[in-house]
Design a protein around this ligand. Sequence first.
Ligand code: IDP
Ligand code: MG
Length: 140
Amino acid sequence: MAVERTLSIIKPDATRRNLTGKIIAKFEEAGLKVVASRRLRLSQADAEAFYGVHKERPFFKDLVSFMISGPVVVQVLEGEGAIQKNRDVMGATNPANAAAGTIRKEFAESIEANSVHGSDAPETAANEIKFFFRDLDIVG
Ligand code: IDP
Ligand code: MG
């Protein structure tokens, strides 16, 4: 399988509970390598643009409010099949449905405050990485 890059976001519910290191350890244990990392606070415009694909969904407004409620850690993860591997480590969107050992099963508070974001396909991964990082900021 090819080496890929994917975008991860450690969400405000997780930074608030000081879980950044525990979550990064899960990525590293799965064979994913952090090749770029930055802590920041999203503006409302940033969050609306990033989640633009969901703007017609009933949860959009709440999701944006949640994502700007505290700092996030945006990261590029690299590895064999990184996009799917990251999704596997994250677990299902709703922690009630997430498999044992996944980040969302262990750490998520709710279907909204579910601790991590991960790109879902090669094209979204490329676009989401570009949203936060310049090529120069990514060092494999
Ligand atoms: P994903 O993060 O597992 O890819 P998406 O369907 O892309 O899930 O949804 C994006 C984010 O929107 C979720 O991670 C979660 O924070 C939030 N979300 C998704 N579905 C719901 C819902 O039914 N209620 C509240 N928030 C939701
Ligand atoms: Mg998604």
